[in-house]
Ligand binder design. Structure first.
Ligand code: UGA
Length: 436
């Protein structure tokens, strides 16, 4: 089956490469000529473990190709995926759908055969209806069906998530849409990955409900962590203790500095906007958004406290280990590290940092922070070392070397990757999240 993937960013490229790996004939399309040129040279536009090898092997096998021409790319495709960005619109948080609608218009003008048009971009309820209207208005004479097929990929684990999904959600309104999507996902269906067919609007909402629920789970455990610190309990044991209840589940119960990334912050805001538009308030999600935002700044204050408070911190040195919103990505979007660095530099603290992949993107976001080549250079002379992102590289630091290099052996571990007992016996003043 021929599949066209319009948009060769994170979602489009990972999905396109994985579909090709299943044996489909995939064309990834993008307007950005330099991105397509680089893909032809085997250079990935994003950092995602395993993606370069997957792209290379499928290009070699002749199943994956790239083009800037939408008309050429969608020719003969049975399924045309729209996988372009839906960033938060300035001002009201609503998802900006201009890229999605522009693609729909171009698809309508260029359609040369019957096809199913699939929104893979995260889009608010009703977007599929609008895409359908645009295609109808284009006057195309070919049969088409508009389907919703949200993605549930985690950055850093996207290929595994695509190939072994918990579920595939497909929102289709007719048999043509359902049949073609069944064929698209047949290789996974054979692996017994559950496929849930729903109406289109339901499928669109499932994506937002899933992300909002996960963001809620994280925010809940973060608040429990704060309470643990006050009452002298251990949040990791609380997570285990509640997570063993199958009704709750153990995943997404790691307390930390607050969620970031390209999805949870944007999608929770977009859900709030939809809820407002339909006069159906989602107060829990409202609270989650506010709580998470203030948490990121609170993490900066936690570091300041270790320096004797904001009034005593000026001129002191802080090192940040990890800047990206999570490990195994170079994505800095809404990373808690931004708020932490800002709080520190605002208080006159001299900040140095190291991140295995994110420093180039981080630089303009935190211009007053000195980026270093490795963790040990970053911590030289530091009065406090803060682990912001749990990269594997920080899990086994040479603690003796750290102690020799810092000005004071004070560590704040915002991801709970070290054992408090071990750190204290190694001679560190150590603070983590919810485990005092
Ligand atoms: C998230 C969802 O997990 C994916 O299912 C979804 O497809 C994706 O958004 C999307 O909508 O595209 P992602 O943003 O890549 O994926 O990252 P997550 O692994 O979900 O982490 C999000 C944030 O939550 C990170 O800042 C992470 O550090 C934080 N987090 C996660 C915690 O603080 N605690 C946890 O227990 C889990």
């Amino acid at each position: 089956m021929k599949i066209a993937m319009v948009g060769s960013g994170y979602v489009g490229l990972v999905s396109g490469a994985c579909f090709a790996d299943f044996g489909h004939d995939v064309v990834c399309i993008d307007k950005d000529q330099s991105k397509i040129d680089r893909l032809h040279e085997g250079v990935m536009p994003i950092y995602e473990p395993g993606l370069d090898a997957l792209v290379e092997s499928n290009v070699k096998a002749g199943r994956l190709s790239f083009t800037t021409s939408l008309a050429e790319g969608i020719k003969d495709a049975a399924a045309i995926f729209i996988a372009v960005g839906t960033p938060s619109r300035r001002g009201d948080g609503h998802a900006d759908l201009s890229f999605v609608y522009a693609v729909a218009e171009e698809v309508g003008e260029s359609l040369a055969n019957d096809a199913v048009v699939v929104t893979k971009s995260t889009v608010p309820v009703g977007t599929g209806d609008e895409v359908e209207r645009i295609l109808k208005d284009s006057g195309t004479t070919h049969k088409f069906s508009v389907v919703s097929n949200p993605e549930f990929l985690r950055e850093g684990a996207a290929i595994g998530d695509f190939k072994h999904p918990d579920r595939i959600v497909i929102g289709a309104e007719d048999d043509f849409g359902r049949d073609v999507m069944h064929e698209v996902y047949r290789p996974l269906f054979l692996n017994e990955s559950p496929i849930l067919f729903t109406e289109r609007r339901t499928s669109e909402l499932i994506k937002y409900a899933a992300n909002a629920f996960l963001a809620t789970k994280i925010t809940f455990i973060n608040e429990m962590a704060d309470l643990c610190e006050k009452v002298g309990a251990n949040v990791q044991d609380v997570s285990r203790g509640i997570g063993m209840d199958n009704r709750i589940g153990s995943k997404f119960l790691h307390a930390g500095p607050g969620y970031g990334g390209s999805c949870f912050p944007k999608d929770t805001l977009a859900l709030l906007k939809t809820a407002e538009d339909y006069d159906s308030p989602t107060r829990i999600v409202e609270a989650v958004v506010k709580t998470n935002e203030s948490r990121k700044r609170a993490m900066g204050r936690k570091v300041l406290d270790a320096l004797g408070g904001a009034e005593n911190a000026r001129g002191k040195k802080a090192a940040l280990l990890g800047l990206t919103f999570k490990p195994n990505t170079d994505d800095m979007r809404d990373s808690p590290a931004i708020a932490v660095a800002q709080t520190l530099t605002d208080a006159g603290v001299i900040v140095s940092a190291y991140d295995p992949e994110g420093m180039e993107i981080a630089k303009p976001l935190m211009p007053d922070v000195t980026m270093c080549d490795n963790p040990y250079t970053a911590i030289e002379g530091a009065d406090v070392v803060t682990i912001v992102t749990e990269w594997d590289a920080f899990r086994a630091l040479d603690l003796n070397r750290v102690k020799e290099l810092v000005a004071a052996p004070v560590m704040i571990d915002l991801r709970n990757i070290y054992n408090p007992e071990d750190m204290r016996s190694a001679g560190f003043t150590y603070a983590s999240i919810g485990r005092n």
